[in-house]
Design a protein around this ligand. Structure first.
Ligand code: FE2
Length: 410
């Protein structure tokens, strides 16, 4: 990549930053606290929804939906159910959700689950809002451009932040390409943050999704331009909360205080990255999800320390501040504190059984991974270091080998 290309990306980000400040940013209406899911019928009534399409995956449908559906019955609100959303949801699944919504003449969406059902449901709602535009045509920034039907997001994991973000990530199974629709209209109308719904989440999923939230907060925080005072503050609060509460939730799933704090952290991190963007960790992680079905949070957890090390001194000042805020390292040079912060992320991963690298990456896939990752990251993501092909490939190879190293001066 030439210096001219990099300069063009930075110019794009600077101009986009000015434009972004003029956009009509929306945020969901939040209903939170233990038992807050009981208020879902009231929210649907507010929106005059007589029939809602409930969207989830099979596990959530079996474990968590019955009491919610019972409340809908009691309130006299009709519903149809799509309970087959898979991890890394496909464009076919999105089309099936849309078809059911149309066939059953629904008037709103209720997405219950982790990032996959909420994202699939958001993408389906975008198709309903713009029936003549395909998902591929709405990929990228600000392509939906129409208001969605009434939409309630109920996260049952604490990580994706999909209940507050502008993004819906889907995978084309034919090409294995995983891509995002990003539009202000994709911010759900309501977010219901009920810690009780996350209490039974297995430790492994708690860990991976929690590290996704951490990655959102850190990548947003490292953004060189789009941040506001609020997004910086929320990213800092989210990082501190993840450091404090994720392992508590991992060790004891029924710790409702930790679960509630993690839901709040995930929401704050989601808000931060909606405003400030993510970065190269996500761009590479999406290629692993598309090619190998690697869970999104797990991909981020493994890649986060590797990419942060690779950024070198471009990331030290902000990582040093996060090290101080989290209490990981209050003394020492910026470089030393940044290194301590990255070390602590590795240590958290280790304590929660997250591996240091992947054995699924095939040599022959690397050129495609690099192309997809660069296409996703550039020019939109305001990353501390713009990757060219060689550097992106080097990071992917480190994730294969997962060799830890102290951050080098660059
Ligand atoms: Fe993410």
């Amino acid at each position: 990549m030439s210096a001219l290309e990099k300069a063009a990306y930075r110019s794009f980000q600077a101009v986009f930053n000015v434009g972004a400040r003029l956009l009509p940013w929306r945020r969901p209406i939040v209903v939170s606290g233990v038992g807050s899911a009981a208020r879902i019928p009231e929210l649907l009534r507010n929106e005059r929804v007589a029939r809602v399409l409930v969207v989830s995956g099979p596990t959530v449908a079996a474990r968590l939906l019955p009491p919610i559906l019972q409340k809908l019955d009691e309130a006299g609100i009709a519903y149809s159910l799509f309970d087959r959303v898979e991890a890394n949801p496909s464009t076919d699944t999105v089309e099936a959700i849309r078809a059911l919504y149309e066939a059953e003449r629904c008037e709103g969406f209720l997405a219950v689950g982790g990032g996959s059902p909420i994202d699939a449901c958001k993408a389906a709602a975008a198709r309903v809002a713009r029936p003549h535009a395909s998902l591929a045509q709405m990929a990228g920034l600000l392509k939906v451009l129409r208001e969605l039907p009434p939409f309630i997001a109920v996260p049952t994991t604490a990580g994706t932040g999909s209940e507050t973000t502008i993004a819906a990530v889907v995978t084309d199974r034919a090409t294995h390409h995983k891509y995002a629709l990003m539009d202000l209209n994709l911010v759900p109308k309501y977010a219901v943050l009920d810690p009780a719904l996350t209490a039974g989440l297995p430790p492994k999923i708690t860990a991976a999704t929690g590290m996704d939230a951490l990655t959102h907060a850190v990548e947003a925080y490292l953004c060189w331009t789009y941040n506001t005072q609020e997004s910086l503050r929320l990213a800092e609060e989210a990082v501190c909360a993840v450091f404090r509460f994720l392992e508590r939730a991992y060790r004891d799933g029924t710790d409702l205080e930790a679960r509630g704090e993690m839901l709040e952290a995930s929401f704050k991190a989601g808000f931060a990255f909606t405003r400030a963007g993510v970065g190269n960790v996500h761009a590479i992680a999406h290629t692993l999800g598309g090619l190998y079905d690697t869970p999104h949070g797990l991909a981020n957890a493994v890649l986060l320390p590797i990419v942060l090390e690779d950024y070198g001194k471009a990331a030290w000042p902000k990582l040093a501040r996060l090290a101080a805020l989290t209490g990981v390292a209050e003394q020492g040079s910026e470089r030393e504190r940044a290194a301590a912060f990255i070390r602590e992320i590795r240590a958290m991963n280790l304590r929660m059984g997250i591996p240091e690298g992947f054995d699924c990456i095939r040599e022959e896939d690397i050129p495609q991974m690099v192309s997809w990752a660069l296409r996703e990251a550039n020019p939109v993501y305001p990353v501390p270091v713009v990757y060219d092909r060689a550097r992106c490939e080097r990071v992917i190879r480190r994730a294969m080998l997962a060799q830890a190293e102290e951050p080098a001066e660059r």
